[in-house]
Design a protein around this ligand. Structure first.
Ligand code: RIB
Ligand code: CA
Length: 312
């Protein structure tokens, strides 16, 4: 077994999430990978309420024996939109497929998620921390507005969200964007650090099936528990359950898993049929039109599955 990289060579990551079943798989990859140092987990309302997503984040980290990683709550409600509790029910009423986890003894960090982003970015050298947002962009938009000078200290922002084709909550919009399109618009119009959008074009292809879940179950107790969560996941297609968030964070472990093109992303916020659509303009290069975002269009499923085999 190769000697594991010391903490200095690990990629430092903050995960902002709405745990959620695929969020839990993303957490497992980040905790298990020797290439990642997960500095903190922050939460918001998305799949379920912030109270439940925070509880789930604490308990999943405990399941992964990673209770030392701080968990901080963020903004409780999306900016300017109403997100009904359990709107989607796709993750179950408790957010993790009705699986009951032993309650973690870890207390929620007293800081607000935005303060955690700011403190870690102020403490660490520039370009040494990446942030992955796998829920609505409410916290990150609030951070950008609160600490604009710290945004360009971020090495890379990974957003699980959006689509250049069909949506999953409306015909044209993806859930994380739809849950808070105003925050998403602010981020994609103003972000000043390298940013990747990992949307449904690739994440809906990154599925796991019952054979893969059985392998997780044989490998570890925590793997068996997360497999039970996935079986309770109502987002399923003919190939299995799509691991949206797990694929998004995988790019931090192996950048070659996804093939990306730059685009200017315009988020629609008018209340029409295009509401919460992420219109990706791959043609306009001019900086004046706004930030160029790296949009994931292709995925190496063999590499993604190899990563799951290595870590789950
Ligand atoms: O559309 C998929 C996204 O919505 C994922 O982040 C999933 O967890 C849900 O939040
Ligand atoms: Ca999520």
């Amino acid at each position: 077994m190769s000697s594991s990289p010391n903490s200095f060579s690990r990629r430092k990551v903050i995960l902002d999430c709405d745990v959620g079943i695929d969020d839990a798989v993303a957490l497992a990859l980040l905790v298990q990978s020797e290439k990642i140092q997960l500095l903190a987990v922050t939460t918001n309302t998305g799949n379920v309420s912030i109270e439940k997503t925070t509880r789930n984040a604490l308990d999943v980290l405990s399941l992964l024996n990673a209770q030392s990683i701080p968990v901080a709550k963020g903004v409780a409600r999306p900016a300017f939109t109403i997100l009904l509790e359990n709107y989607s029910k796709i993750h179950g009423l408790n957010g993790i497929g009705e699986v009951e986890l032993p309650a973690s003894e870890q207390l929620v960090d007293q800081r607000h998620a935005v303060e955690v982003f700011a403190e870690l970015l102020e403490e660490e050298p520039a370009k040494s921390i990446s942030i992955a947002v796998v829920g609505p962009l409410t916290n990150f938009a609030m951070f950008m507005k609160s600490y604009p000078d710290l945004v360009n200290k971020i090495d890379r922002l990974i957003v699980m969200g959006g689509t250049t084709s069909n949506g999953n909550i409306t015909p044209v919009s993806e859930f994380n964007i739809w849950a808070d399109p105003f925050s998403a618009k602010y981020v994609f119009d103003n972000v000043s650090c390298p940013t990747s959008m990992v949307g449904l074009d690739v994440t809906r292809l990154a599925t796991v099936n019952e054979e893969e879940l059985a392998r997780w179950s044989r490998n570890s107790e925590w793997g068996s528990t997360i497999a039970r969560m996935v079986r309770g996941y109502l987002d399923i297609n003919s190939n299995g359950w799509p691991m949206h968030d797990a694929l998004a964070v995988s790019i931090l472990i192996d950048g070659s898993i996804l093939a990306c093109e730059n685009a200017r992303i315009r988020v629609h916020t008018d209340g029409d049929d295009n509401y919460a659509r992420t219109y990706c303009d791959f043609e306009t290069e001019a900086e004046s039109s706004g930030p160029q975002i790296s949009v994931a269009l292709g995925v190496d499923l063999q590499k993604f599955n190899a990563l799951l085999t290595e870590l789950m």
